[in-house]
Structure formats: C-alpha cells, structure tokens
Design a protein around this ligand. Structure first.
Ligand code: ADP
Length: 627
C-alpha cells in the first residue's frame, strides 16, 4: 500500500481533543490500556489457531516493552493477531468500541449537548478510552503490525490532531508494535522502574508474560502472569481483586460483591465474578449483551457467550474458566452446550444467594445496588420462569407505607392492613406523580400500603406473575377495587353513602359518550373530584402510555370515569341535576372528566375547548357572585 492519509472521523477527532487536553490526573493508565489490548490480541490469535485446528502452530503469547532514551520513545509489542491496513483504518481511525462511543455520548452531554462537553476525570476513568489514552503521553504514535495469516505489514502514524497516515512496512513476525513518541512532560515513562511499577500495579494478573527488553541486559519479567482466578481465594488480597475488577470490567467503582469459587463434580469450573456497585455504561443497550469472559483452561474463548448468564444478570463482570467445554466448539454452539447451561444455573444460584445475604446483612448498600440495577434484575421476573420466585424474594419496592426505604414483598405482606388479602400496586410514570395521585387517596386514609411501581418493566412482569406467597397482585387503577373492609375506617367516612342521582349519571354518560365506557360513583376517592380507571380486563393506564410511546395511534381499552360522590362540588352538582338541567351543565360534566385526565398526568385532547370551557364556567361564576 502506498502512503495514504486520512482524516479522523468527526467523533474521533473530538475525543482525541478531550483526551489530550484534559487535565486527567491518571495519565499512567495508558499503559494498562495498551497492555490489555496486546493481551486481547494474543488471546484472539490463540483462538484463531485453535479454531483452525493447527495445534502445531500454537504460540506462547508474550508482551514486550522497551524504550529508547535518545528518541524519547516507548514501544509495546505483542505477538498477537495483528492488524491489517484496512483494520487499522477502521479501528484506529474511528471510535469503534461501544465503550468509547458511550464515552463520546456523555462527553457531548447526551444527545442535546447540555453539558457542553464538560468532562471530569471520573468520566474518562469510567469508560476508559483504550488506545486513544496513549495520546495523553505521546505527541505521536506509530503502530506497525503484521496480521495473522498474512505476509505483509503496515504502519499507522498519527500525531492525534491532523488525522493519520497508513503506509506499508516491514515486520518479520506476526504481531504489533506500538511506539509512543513521548511528550516532554511524560518522559518518566522511558524508565524501566516506572514501567515495572505500573505493570505491577495494573497488569500483574495479565495471563501472558510482560517482559522488559534492554539491549544491554537479559529480558526481565515484570508481571507474575498467574491468572488471578487460578489462585486460592485466601491468598488474594482485596487490592488484587479490586485491580483485577478494574481491568476486567473497565470500571472504577468498588464491586458490590466478589464471588470467587471453584466447583467440582458433574461440571468443573472456576468463577471469579463481580457484582458491580454502579450500573455499567452499556446496561441499557438494546442488545442486552452479557460480558462475562469464558475461558477454557485459561485460554480465552469469548466475552460474548450467549447463555453463560441470563440477560437479567448482564451487569456481572469477570471470568468463568472450565476444562469441560471443548475448545473447538463453535461460539454459536456454546449457547446450547450442556456444560454452559449447568454453569449458568450455578452462577445464578450464587448471585441470588449473595443478594439474599446482602438483604439481611447490608441492607443500605443493597438498596443502593437495587436502585442501580433493580430495573434490569426485574427483567428476570418477566422472562425467567425458572427463577421468578427466587427473584421476587430479593426484589425491593417503594411502598406508600414506608416513607423513604424500600420493602421486600415479604415485608409488605407482613405489614398488611387489617382485612387485607391482596398486594395493591399503583403503576405510574414516576414516583412524584404517583405519590400525589388521586388513586391513593382512600388507601392513605385507611392506612393501607400500596406498592408504587415506576419502571417500564413492571407492567410486563406483573402480567406474568399471578401471586407472591399465595397473595395476588391487584392494580388499584383497574376494575373496582373494594377496600370497604380493609384497613381503618377513614376519618372522612361519614358512613352515609353519598348516592348520585339517575339524572346526574344520565347527564354524565350522555356528555361523555364515546370518551368513557362508563361513569360510576367511586368508593376509593377522598378529596379529588374524579379519576379514570381501566376495566378489570383492560390494560393499566401506565401500560397504555408505554404502548403509545411505541405507537402514537395505539388505542387503549375503554376507561371508566369514577366520580367522588362525597365531594362538595359533586354533591351540589347532583342536587342541581335532580331538580332539572341547568344552563352549562355540559361544561361541568366535561370539566369533571378533564380534571381526571390532568390528575393522571395526561394531556387533554383539545386544550382549546378546555380553556373555552373554563372561561365559560368562570364567567358564569362571576356573574352569579355579583347578584
Ligand atoms: P477496545 O479495546 O475497547 O476495542 P481500543 O481503542 O483500545 O478499544 O482498541 C481499538 C481496536 O484496535 C481494538 O478493538 C483492536 O481491534 C485494535 N487493537 C488495538 N490494539 C491492538 C493490538 N495490540 N493488536 C491487535 N489489535 C489491536
């Protein structure tokens, strides 16, 4: 290939700017990123050799580091899979990895850029920017690489600002050299001591030897290169686990829990699995990819093994190593592999066990964890029949009965009001709207707790989950929920049931014909005028809202308008109707309906008519008050 120059993709240029100009305090992490890329490349080459079935071609992977004091340069080399010129153009000239993409999104401050690109160290740290982080210490970078299975090599060169060039080059063997021409202020990285210190700090567990090469001395090994998970848990320090987590998860939080076990028996495997304490950046990717790494006898197979853990545990990070999977099995076939299925079961059991323990012993931390990950765990309630019951046990919910904390279903049931037999819930768009909702009025007045569910997934799993511990779930916005014999008698209850006249009902039904399926008097309102509920067989209003997000034309099931017969306005209106219709009664009927729509957090179909109606009623009120 003759020399070609390219511009960076728009986003890449931008991220380089950010990286280079940020006052990132931990520039040293560039070394960890480059070593980790080198190690990945070696794993990929080993896998390629294995899949091709040429065992004789198998390599001993090795990462070497050397420096040139005069040239002020540092070179990291590996005998991994290598990069073709085309791959250099694609992967080093664009923001290829999803992590980096997510980083750019946040750097822009989300889609509309309200952050204006303000970046914190933490943000950079949280995502890691892989290869590009090298520009924090380098004024230019050369990548010389010869890919596995090819004879030619290429050189990629860039100063990180004006794009990059690709040229043909020489390299005797397969692999990659990354040479950093260090910035003046980063010249410390030509020193062996500094590099050794950093390798021990960040990359000690890397499975391949990392060697320091010095023309005047024998090669020297910098890391211990023992896969951390193969060591006995009792010999591993917290720091070692933490640093392994940081590198395997590219995350900087302290893990919520570390599960390191060896299992023997029908299936043999080791798991070193971390439960993060913060939501990983890709948690809500539509792909819902799990990222646990699968190794077979310390040979990396894949970090995308469908079936290794269920999707609702996709936040788990770490390693599973088993001798019981055939190395030559294709990655596509792994999903159906019985060994993988058994490992999946065991890991789920361990993680749920850990959640159960945390619920008892570390309640506050567990509530924070639930805030970060609960939404995803609850996907299991919807789609994992085998584990549903156990997930229900460790799920937390907001309840109107407890002010700030969250409750388990068991705790909610233990706090049942007198006569209560079902689990009441209100599904709403957000907690604030829910807490002031008219639907809760009578439950509040009678001291009955209601679960407030605000995650989109809630309506879905509820549809699949008939009961907990023999108690059924009951939406308080659907059907006629009779709480007359539940809880304390409400203070406002004067026990004389207010009854609405036939003429009032007839008027309401006539005016709202086509908008609601029925109008009835409500037993569950205290201070609001009216509310809208769904048919018992209908769809919850919240579910309808979600359906409409996907399809704006979605028409939900029929709604029923419940009117508060105890309300003074309704009482007065009722009396007037009984004595005959009065001028403007249509507007009153409509406004009752409108008020229920607004209380639901919905928008009124025709705002113009609505304002006209209000004006009309206000005018009349003024005219009357003059008299
Ligand atoms: P990530 O590693 O998160 O994908 P990077 O920016 O670190 O992102 O690397 C981009 C890509 O460049 C890698 O995914 C890999 O395909 C390629 N790459 C980087 N370093 C090497 C290397 N030493 N050998 C082979 N390929 C590499």
């Amino acid at each position: 290939m003759s020399n070609k120059t390219f511009d960076f993709e728009a986003d890449t240029g931008r991220i380089l700017d950010i990286v280079i100009n940020s006052l990132y305090s931990q520039k040293e992490i560039f070394l960890r990123e480059l070593i980790s890329n080198a190690s990945d490349a070696i794993n990929k080459r080993k896998f390629a050799v294995l899949s091709a079935g040429d065992a004789a071609e198998m390599i001993d992977g090795e990462v070497t580091i050397s420096s040139d004091k005069k040239a002020r340069s540092l070179t990291i080399s590996d005998n991994g899979i290598g990069l073709s010129a085309e791959e250099m153009k694609d992967t080093l000239g664009t923001i290829a990895s999803s992590g980096t993409k997510a980083f750019v999104e946040s750097a822009k401050g989300g889609k509309d850029g309200e952050n204006g690109g303000a970046l914190t160290d933490q943000l950079i740290g949280q995502f890691g920017v892989g290869f590009y982080s090298a520009f924090m210490v380098a004024e230019s970078i050369d990548v010389v690489s010869r890919p596995h299975g090819a004879s030619g090599a290429s050189r990629w060169h860039s100063d990180g600002t004006s794009g990059f060039s690709i040229d043909s080059a020489e390299r005797k063997t397969v692999g990659t050299d990354i040479t950093l021409k260090l910035r003046k202020e980063a010249k410390e990285y030509i020193e062996r001591e500094r590099i050794e210190f950093l390798v021990k700090k960040y990359s000690d567990h890397i499975a391949q030897p990392i060697m320091w090469l010095d023309a005047k001395a024998d090669p020297e090994r910098l890391n211990s290169a023992v896969a951390l998970w193969t060591r006995a848990a009792k010999d591993i320090s917290e720091e070692e686990y933490q640093s392994f987590y940081a590198s395997v998860a590219a995350a900087y939080d302290a893990p919520f829990a570390t599960l390191h076990n060896r299992t023997e028996g029908a299936v043999e495997f080791t798991n070193l699995v971390f439960i993060p304490s913060m939501a990983p950046f890709d948690l809500f990717d539509p792909e819902r990819r799990a990222r646990l790494q699968l190794y077979v006898n310390r040979v990396f197979i894949t970090d995308n093994c469908e079936g290794l853990v269920p999707k609702w545990l996709r936040f788990l990070r770490g390693v599973i190593d088993t001798p019981d999977v055939d190395l030559n099995v294709s990655r596509e076939m792994l999903q159906q592999n019985p060994v993988v299925t058994k490992i999946n079961k065991a890991v789920v059991k361990r993680v749920l066990g850990e959640f159960g323990k945390a619920l008892e012993k570390r309640r506050e931390e567990y509530e924070n964890l639930w805030t970060a990950l609960g939404r995803v765990i609850k996907e299991g309630l919807y789609e994992d029949d085998a584990n549903r019951a156990r997930i229900l046990d460790i799920s937390l919910f907001r309840s109107t009965a407890s002010d700030d904390g969250m409750v388990t279903l068991k705790e909610y049931v233990e706090g049942f009001a007198a006569g209560q037999e079902t689990i009441y819930y209100l599904s709403a768009e957000n907690a604030e709207l829910a807490m002031t909702s008219p639907h809760l009025e009578s439950f509040r007045a009678k001291g009955i707790g209601v679960l407030v569910l605000t995650d989109p997934i809630d309506d879905f799993w509820l549809a699949n989950t008939p009961e907990f511990d023999g108690k059924s779930f009951q939406s308080i916005t659907r059907g006629e929920v009779d709480i007359s014999n539940v809880g304390e008698a409400s203070e406002e209850d004067d026990n004389t049931e207010a009854v609405l006249s036939d003429s009032f009902m007839a008027k309401m039904k006539h005016v709202l014909d086509g908008d609601v399926a029925d109008v009835r008097s409500s037993a569950n309102l205290e201070t609001s005028l009216a509310r809208l509920v769904a048919d018992q067989s209908g769809m919850d209003p919240q579910m309808e809202r979600m359906m409409r997000m996907h399809n704006p034309d979605f028409n939900g099931g029929p709604k029923i308008l419940e009117v508060n017969a105890k309300h003074p306005l309704v009482k007065a209106l009722n009396t007037r109707m009984e004595t005959g219709e009065f001028d403007g009664s249509d507007s009153f009927a409509r406004l009752l309906y409108d008020s229920a729509i607004v209380a639901e957090g919905e928008t009124i179909g025709d705002p113009r008519e609505f304002t006209n109606r209000i004006a009309e009623v206000m005018e009349r009120a003024l005219a009357n008050s003059k008299e």
